[in-house]
Design a protein around this ligand. Structure first.
Ligand SMILES: Nc1nc2c(ncn2[C@@H]2O[C@H](COP(=O)(O)OP(=O)(O)O)[C@@H](O)[C@H]2O)c(=O)[nH]1
Ligand SMILES: [Mg+2]
Length: 351
């Protein structure tokens, strides 16, 4: 975990470099060209064009929230002419409706209140909101993606249906396109269909799969995958896991056992423990994150389904409440629908 969580200052200074290293190679190779324009070094004006673009999908996914925020802000200013208690109360309600959560909303309101002198209309309020929201997101976006360890073992966890297997497929495809040798481990042995689903993704992604029979010991599958990675000189191991009820102790115990088992075969493994969260589940995603982090020590998170009915505020809420970085966001079911989390772009889609 230490490898991925260096001190904040160091991470900040390195973040730009990171963006140009491993994860960016796919972009420069032309495969994910859109995301190259999305990295935080690009200005807000450099939005990619085209309705099928990643930004457009994110934007259309968040369009409901964006529209309700915009009309809400207009409405607030049509009835209030300055930032006063009444206006802040109305704003508070608006932010909570956008899934920002109570804690984050209160913090945002405090910051706005401090800057009240510079706010005279809805546009200016929107700008201040954008700026303050961005600081929350940027604090959480500094994830070190140093996967130069070989093999880099990535354990993927989360409740059922959040998008773990899909995300693994998408990640495997990105790594493969960068020229990395990828092994996926079918450690969700709960259902035969789960193993089959991962096998299909592995084939699409050009990755190898290590699988056992249904109901096999997930730790044994993970161990074999790491073993295979060492033997075949693979670069990355992505371990898919089951996600039945996170409130049941045995799932966490099972995941802890996987961690212990892989660490016996490979020093420091798993090098990353990635939590996949479904953004459409709102504040529930936040409580899932807390539980998983407590049990397993999450290094970074992927938020999926931001192309759907998700209200974007949950992302702000998660960034502000937990000091766990968001590494990627999912904006669709296709192999290319996974992109690095870019705070500037996200704020752009939200407000
Ligand atoms: N719209 C959308 N659907 C997604 C996304 N990620 C995953 N899904 C869908 O969510 C469902 C559950 O995904 P799956 O990977 O099987 O979840 P798992 O149980 O966590 O492994 C599938 O129908 C996926 O196609 C996303 O970013 N956007
Ligand atoms: Mg799955």
């Amino acid at each position: 975990m230490k490898t991925f969580f260096r001190n904040k200052k160091k991470r900040k200074s390195e973040s730009k470099e990171n963006k140009s290293t491993v994860f960016k190679r796919a972009n420069t190779a032309g495969t994910f060209t859109e995301s190259a324009a999305h990295t935080s070094t690009s200005g807000l004006k450099e939005k990619p064009q085209g309705p099928s673009g990643f930004f457009e999908r994110l934007k259309s996914g968040l369009s409901k929230t964006r529209k309700s925020l915009a009309s809400g802000l207009e409405k607030i200013f049509s009835t209030n002419t300055c930032v006063d208690d009444e206006m802040l109360e109305a704003l508070e309600e608006l932010l909570i409706t956008a899934d920002m959560g109570v804690h984050t909303t209160i913090e945002l309101i405090e910051r706005i209140s401090k800057r009240s002198a510079e706010i005279s209309d809805a546009d200016r309020l929107k700008e201040v909101l954008r700026e303050e929201t961005l600081t929350f997101l940027e604090n959480a976006a500094e994830v070190s993606k140093d996967i130069n360890l070989k093999p880099c073992v990535i354990l993927v966890v989360g409740v059922n249906g959040t998008g773990k297997t899909t995300t693994i497929g998408k990640l495997a495809a990105q790594f493969s396109k960068e020229g990395r040798k990828v092994i996926v481990a079918a450690a969700d042995t709960f259902r035969a269909a789960a193993i089959e689903q991962l096998a299909i993704w592995a084939e699409r992604a050009g990755a190898h799969i290590v699988k056992h029979k249904e109901n096999a010991d997930p730790s044994a599958v993970a161990f074999d995958a790491v073993n295979a990675a060492i033997a075949r000189d693979a670069d990355v191991v992505l371990i898919d896991t089951a996600g039945r009820l996170h409130t049941r102790v045995n799932l966490m115990e099972e995941l802890k056992k996987i961690k212990r088992t892989v660490s016996k075969r490979c020093d420091g493994a798993p090098h990353r423990t990635v939590l996949v969260l479904d953004a459409t589940t709102g504040q529930n995603a936040l409580s899932q994150a807390k539980l998983f982090h407590e049990a397993l020590g999450i290094t970074d998170m992927v938020l999926t389904k931001l192309d759907g009915t998700a209200k974007g505020g949950i992302v702000v809420s998660i960034c502000n409440t937990l000091s766990i970085p968001i590494s990627y966001i999912g904006v669709g079911e296709k192999i290319e629908d996974l992109q690095e989390f870019d705070p500037k772009l996200f704020v752009d889609a939200l407000f």
